[in-house]
Write a protein that binds this ligand. Structure first.
Ligand SMILES: Cc1ncc(COP(=O)(O)O)c(C=O)c1O
Length: 458
């Protein structure tokens, strides 16, 4: 029986993993071949580190609704959902229809267009703090520009981010992401760059304030995800976010909310509505692009106007934006189609939340029934099951998340993929789309039950 107090029986866990890998390899032969070839052309066979997992990721052929199909003919129920960007599922009709029409009209104009204006209007209507905005092609650019705007507006340098917080691969914010949080994030990253950054422990008001107090005179901004995504699908306490917002106000710094995951996911008006926040700047991505590349920097006119080039020399303006493919008509139209769909079907959030509660409760119940201590965290349609170890009672920060049994979590996710055709990117949160229903949730809970039974007999 799996006994957390004795720790995972490593050898038995390895044996279980070998069984799952064997099963996976038997059904993904073509993917394996392609991956070997890909590895000679692309480092780790991919262009995004987290897409690699052992023994090799399956190669996707197509995706539709809640399913993703691989080159070997397997159909997986997808909870990775394009990095959680597909709230309407894969290839929803509203997006396919608009893209069919648009693509023949040209894929990039490289100049201003009404499709971008329309998406800007919709975002402005749904999220009133987006008094002005700028479109870019990725979330990483959006957060980089938000920080640049904050430094320019305040004339200060230090950025406070959250320990474990993920804002993309830009150099300004690519610090204190992975454990150990105070070590550089890898080669090519300069320690000196961390000089202008402090990391705050999530949901810990006292320690965060004490760190902020040391830098407040040079504090340009506090940037935070309302739900810590990549670091463990952990919702912020309302009080914590309000304390940070208030602290930024009092120290003439900007409060930046990174809503790249949560925007249009937790509610039509983002986490900022749920938490009653008033960020000076915020960032969007993922859902806002309707399944096509996008990032958006949004915020108050007074700050965003610094980017207006008219009548200014380079010393008087902030250079944000740029990007050959920014405001391309395809991303703009797909994003608008999805947001309009969401705005006219507001009841979907209630349903997604219900399914989210069902899945969190269901997985925890079957695991605990088998003597496995877990905690499924999340909010609305986002969720992740953590395998608790001795001394960890709850998961409220990135530190708590890394103290959980990540190996068991990987085993669990890989078992779902290999044995039950249910796809989570190992160790990453899952997202429910409107294509998923109660039957899918029941299937996921039943599969978790069977995996729990395997684990319990280790
Ligand atoms: C909260 C958050 N911010 C920023 C990013 C970066 O977005 P992109 O991958 O589009 O660069 C991500 C990506 O997952 C994210 O989760």
């Amino acid at each position: 029986m799996y006994n957390h107090s004795r720790g995972v029986q490593e050898q038995q866990a390895d044996e279980l993993m070998s069984k799952y890998i064997k099963h996976y390899e038997a059904k993904t032969g073509r993917s394996r071949q392609l991956f070997m070839h890909a590895s000679s052309l692309l480092p780790s066979g991919t262009s995004h580190n987290i897409r690699y997992f052992e023994p090799y990721p399956f190669f996707a052929r197509m995706a539709s609704g809640k399913y993703i199909y691989d080159v070997d003919g397997n159909a997986y129920t997808d909870y990775w959902m394009g990095h959680w960007s597909l709230i309407l599922g894969h290839a929803p009709k509203v997006v396919v229809d608009v893209l069919r029409e648009r693509v023949v009209e040209g894929t990039i104009f490289g100049t201003v267009n009404e499709h971008a204006l329309r998406l800007a209007e919709i975002i402005n209507r749904l999220m009133p703090r987006a008094e002005m905005l700028r479109f870019v092609s990725t979330g990483s650019e959006a957060t980089m520009y938000a920080v640049r705007l904050a430094r320019a507006y305040t004339g200060k340098r230090i950025v406070a981010k959250i320990e474990g917080g993920w804002h993309g691969f830009n150099t300004d914010l690519m610090h204190s992401v992975n454990y150990p949080f105070d070590e550089p994030e890898g080669k090519g990253m300069l320690e000196e760059e961390m000089r202008y950054l402090v990391a705050l422990p999530f949901n810990d008001v006292e320690s965060s304030i004490s760190i902020l107090n040391k830098v407040k005179d040079d504090l340009a901004c506090i940037i935070v995800e309302p739900l810590l995504g990549g670091a463990g699908c952990i919702p912020a306490d309302k009080e914590y976010l309000h304390v940070l917002q208030e602290y930024a106000r009092k120290s003439s710094a900007l409060f930046i909310l990174d809503e790249i995951v949560t925007g249009f996911r937790l509610s039509l008006h983002g986490a900022q509505q749920i938490y009653s926040l008033e960020p000076d700047l915020f960032t969007l991505g993922k859902i806002a692009g309707g399944g096509l590349p996008i990032g958006v920097v949004c915020g108050l006119k007074e700050v965003m106007n610094l980017a207006d080039v008219r009548g200014k020399g380079k010393w008087d303006r902030v250079s944000i934006g740029g990007g050959t493919y920014s405001e391309n008509p395809l991303s703009m139209s797909a994003g608008a189609a999805v947001l309009e769909y969401l705005a006219s079907n507001r009841d979907i959030y209630e349903r997604l939340e219900m399914l989210g509660d069902e899945v969190r409760r269901g997985i925890d119940r079957v695991m605990v029934d088998h003597g496995i201590r877990v905690k499924s965290t999340g909010m609305g349609s986002l969720f992740l099951t953590h395998f608790l170890k001795d001394g960890v009672e709850d998961v409220r920060s990135a530190r708590d998340a890394v103290q959980c049994d990540l190996r068991m979590q990987r085993l669990y996710h890989f078992a779902l993929l290999s044995m039950y055709d249910i796809f989570f990117l190992p160790n990453k949160l899952g997202a429910i789309s409107i294509e998923h229903d109660s039957i899918d949730i029941r299937r996921l809970v039943d599969a978790s039950e069977r995996i729990a039974s395997d684990m319990a007999s280790m």
